[in-house]
Design a binder for this molecule. Structure first.
Ligand SMILES: C[S@@+](CC[C@H](N)C(=O)[O-])C[C@H]1O[C@@H](n2cnc3c(N)ncnc32)[C@H](O)[C@@H]1O
Length: 862
């Protein structure tokens, strides 16, 4: 309070002085120009800390300085003027006089120094002053050493130490204002050094300096007070419930030692670059990289820790001329979620026999295989063991493990000891098929990826598990194995999580390793790229229709189910039928073809193939029978139409002739005809080559035939009938019909298309032709010439010899047509041969030992 009063007084006095000074200056003194403006920075004795406090303070000092500087000037006036009442008479004036007389003494604005000048409400000031220690630290320390300390319990958590101020302390300063000023100065001094660190140090130093019990007690109190102050400065209050404990701790505990661990390199556990060597170039396969590493061994640049293999290449090559592809980091590239942990998966690393399986297993003995590869081959593609899916080892391969490239399971063993990259696969969660397995690295085509191992169980045990243990399951981990056993990988390797695909990128293959069979997943022919999901074709046997599962592989050729395609849906049936027919055709070509005398070579060895061939034969036979039936029906219809037409024409002609010509006796007509025929034959023998032959057959002319058409001596086309005079008319007609059958393209569609001349000739020949009716034709067929009526009985067995006779008989007429007819006859024969007759023929062995298997098959099927 004293401070404030002092300050107020001081300000008031300053203002009055200013006023006085202004009044003094007004009469036109020149010194006014030299007076500093109130806002300019005056010379001050305050330190830097104080100089920054406020303008008010500056103003105060300015005024004081101005008053002091103006004092000599005011002297004469003062002397001249009546002397005012002595200032010392009032305390205010006395203080001002004292200050004026002690201008060199540092003056402090204690409000400002205390930080209460601006915003501290007066009601707090008393409290503040009570709690604040005043005075120089050294002085205060001395005081604390001697003064008793009263501990006031204000609250359970907070204790305030208050010093009982001794009246003796202030004895030396009689003036209370002076004492207050001194106190404030000490406070300012203390505040100047209220840096946390310094105070703390100070408190510790105090406590250390305190010797003896009493002093220690005092020191503790001081330190505690200091601590309190410190905490208030930091805005943190000690939470210690027991102050003494806290003090003990602070005095007894040493600063806690913090040991820093040296930083260690963190290696990637997953991702594209996990475990890869510096020299590894992901663009190349493993073996290529190996070669490259060997090559680069001496050249490797180890100067800089280069960013993931890229920088090295960039340094080695000129980026201006050689650019390379950039591969995205694994996480960016791969959209799939990260590796997951599967609950309840009991991991097995190798096969384990369960129950009877072990005993049963040992009964079987594995075959052996050996290879004779050279170092250059390195047990590559041509290695015998590799081809046979046998792993090379010291017993069956003479190469060392480094030289040999056919040790996939040994490779797996090595990989298992390596890091994540070496292992190369991880479990991921797929969108719609549960868990799956993803590649964490590239795999070369046919490179081993992971072994499929688990519990080896017998079929009986498998059935039991299916019925009892897994009856509610939707995921099955069963795989048929060797010795009629099953691998149940419900407890097994990571390969159990590999999903099915109808277009897989891997294969599950059984290998023999050290005379033991083992299953493993191998990369397909395309190889595997980092991040790809691994799949293989399950060829799933669902055991029962209840277990059939829908496939969600999403490939183009998806079969829709896990397992073989359902039968009713098979779109390949057509393909199968056509394959069967073409197979059957081939078989028939071999059997019936002219050059296939030794058909035994084509006899299929396996029963499967024989079955297939017999099936194909039967399909082919049926198809060809149907074809032959069709052809026969068409020709029959044509012939009947022709017969009807001919019969009608014949009837008309006969009627006409009866009315105009007197008929000759039949015997004489025949005699004449035969005589003429003799003459014609004699002539023809010499002139035949020059004769133009026709396709038509002319029957022998009767005496009633108009002679004028054939002048005496004129040549007449030779007919078959004339040559084979013994043939009956009906035979001639049948022969004609047969020719029509065998050469339909040469024949007009119907008899009506015949030229006038021809029909005339035909009609003329009809006079001796018996009236051919279907009935007569049928009677003719009953005679010896039935073999000629092939189209009527397409399915009757006809030997090749018969057909040939028939053709010989028929061919003489037309040299152009003959070969074609021969071909047609052969074809027709073969068509017929393929009918039911062929069946019988096969059973009779008509084809002379060819295709025995097929024959038996057909016969047995028939
Ligand atoms: C050997 S487990 C494969 C791992 C399985 N996804 C899991 O979460 O454990 C075989 C089972 O996976 C499921 N699965 C595998 N491939 C599938 C596919 N393409 N479509 C639908 N389900 C499939 C089937 O339920 C099948 O029984």
């Amino acid at each position: 309070m004293a401070g404030r009063a002092t300050s107020r007084d001081s300000t008031a006095s300053t203002s009055s002085s200013l006023l006085a000074h202004a009044q003094q200056q007004q009469p036109g003194s020149r010194t006014s120009s030299s007076a500093s403006p109130p806002t300019s920075t005056p010379p001050t004795s305050l330190g830097d800390e104080a100089s920054v406090l406020s303008d008010a303070m500056k103003l105060e000092h300015t005024v004081e300085a101005a008053v002091e500087s103006l004092a000599p000037l005011a002297q004469p006036e003062a002397q001249a003027a009546p002397s005012p009442a002595p200032e010392a008479s009032t305390p205010e004036s006395g203080r001002r006089a004292m200050r004026a007389s002690r201008a060199s003494v540092t003056t402090y604005n204690v409000q400002i120094l205390a930080g209460t000048a601006i915003h501290t409400p007066s009601k707090y000031l008393d409290k503040h002053h009570k709690n604040v220690l005043h005075g120089d630290v050294e002085t205060l320390r001395e005081k604390f050493r001697t003064a008793p300390v009263q501990i006031i319990h204000k609250s359970p958590k907070k204790r305030v130490f208050r010093r009982q101020e001794s009246q003796e302390d202030l004895k030396d300063i009689s003036d209370p204002a002076e004492a207050q000023l001194a106190t404030e100065a000490a406070e300012a001094q203390r505040r100047k050094s209220t840096r946390v660190h310094d105070l703390r140090k100070e408190a510790f130093r105090n406590s250390l300096n305190a010797a003896g019990e009493a002093l220690a007690h005092t020191g503790h109190a001081l330190m505690s007070g200091g601590k309190d102050m410190l905490q208030s400065a930091l805005g943190k209050r000690s939470r210690a419930t027991n102050d003494e404990e806290a003090i003990d701790q602070s005095t007894s505990t040493e600063p806690e030692k913090v040991f820093f661990k040296p930083k260690t390199k963190k290696w990637l556990k997953q991702g594209l670059y996990v475990g890869q060597h510096r020299e590894f170039d992901p663009r190349f396969s493993e073996s290529q990289n190996r070669m490259r590493r060997k090559h680069l061994k001496n050249k490797e640049n180890r100067v800089l820790p280069l960013p993931m293999f890229a920088g090295q290449r960039m340094l080695e090559t000129d980026p201006q001329t050689e650019w390379r592809d950039f591969k995205l980091p694994f996480d960016t590239y791969n959209p799939l979620p990260r590796k997951v942990k599967v609950d309840g998966w009991v991991k097995l690393h190798k096969n384990r026999f369960i129950g009877d399986a072990s005993a049963l297993w040992k009964r079987e003995k594995q075959d052996q295989s050996s290879c004779y590869c050279s170092v250059e081959d390195g047990c590559g593609e041509s290695c015998h063991n590799r081809i046979m899916s046998y792993e090379c080892d010291s017993t069956n391969c003479k190469l060392s493990p480094e030289q040999c490239g056919n040790r996939p399971f040994a490779q797996l063993k090595k990989r298992a000891k390596g890091n994540g990259y070496d292992y190369g696969v991880e479990v991921v969660k797929t969108e719609n098929r549960g868990y799956g397995v993803r590649a964490m690295r590239n795999f070369e085509p046919h490179q081993v990826i992971v072994e499929y191992a688990g519990e080896i169980i017998t079929q009986a045990e498998c059935e039991r598990r299916m019925k009892q243990v897994y009856k509610k399951d939707t995921c099955y981990y069963l795989m048929s194995f060797d010795n009629k056993m099953i691998i149940d990988a419900t407890r097994g390797t990571i390969a159990r999580f590999v999903n099915h695909s109808c277009e897989p990128n891997c294969e599950m293959i059984k290998w023999t390793v050290g005379s033991e069979p083992r299953m493993a997943l191998f990369a397909g022919s395309r190889g595997i790229t980092t991040g790809e999901e691994l799949t293989y074709d399950y060829n799933f046997d669902p055991f029962s229709s209840k277990n059939i599962q829908a496939c969600r592989c999403g490939t183009e050729s998806c079969r829709g189910v896990l397992g073989p395609r359902p039968k009713h849906k098979q779109p390949e049936e057509k393909g199968l039928a056509s394959a069967l027919i073409s197979g059957a055709k081939r078989t028939y070509q071999q059997l019936l073809g002219p050059g296939s005398g030794s058909g035994s070579s084509s006899i299929p060895n396996s029963p499967k193939k024989r079955k297939f061939t017999s099936m194909a034969s039967s399909i082919m036979t049926k198809a060809q029978n149907a074809m032959a039936e069709n052809v026969a029906a068409r020709l029959r219809a044509e012939q009947e139409a022709a017969e009807a037409k001919a019969a009608k024409a014949s009837r008309e002609n006969r009627a006409k002739r009866r009315s105009s010509v007197k008929p000759l006796r039949r015997s004489s007509a025949m005699t004449l005809t035969s005589q003429r025929a003799k003459i014609v034959r004699k002539v023809t023998r010499h002139s035949l080559p020059a004769l133009k032959t026709t396709t038509r057959t002319y029957t022998a002319k009767t005496a009633t035939t108009p002679i004028k058409k054939y002048k005496p001596g004129a040549l007449k086309p030779v007919t078959k009938a004339s040559r084979f005079g013994s043939l009956s008319k009906s035979n001639s007609v049948i022969a004609k019909t047969k020719r029509r059958m065998s050469a339909p393209e040469k024949m007009p569609e119907t008899p009506t298309e015949m030229s006038e001349d021809e029909s005339e000739q035909d009609e003329s020949s009809d006079d001796e032709t018996p009236n051919i009716t279907p009935a007569s034709l049928r009677s003719a067929k009953k005679n010896n010439f039935t073999q000629t009526t092939l189209p009527f009985k397409p399915l009757t067995g006809v030997s090749k010899a018969t057909a040939s006779t028939e053709l010989d008989f028929d061919d003489s007429d037309d040299e152009d047509v003959a070969p074609r007819r021969k071909r047609q006859a052969t074809a027709s024969n073969s068509v017929r041969g393929s009918g039911s007759g062929v069946k019988r023929g096969y059973t009779r062995g008509g084809r002379g030992g060819r295709g025995r298997g097929g024959k038996r098959g057909v016969s047995s099927r028939a």
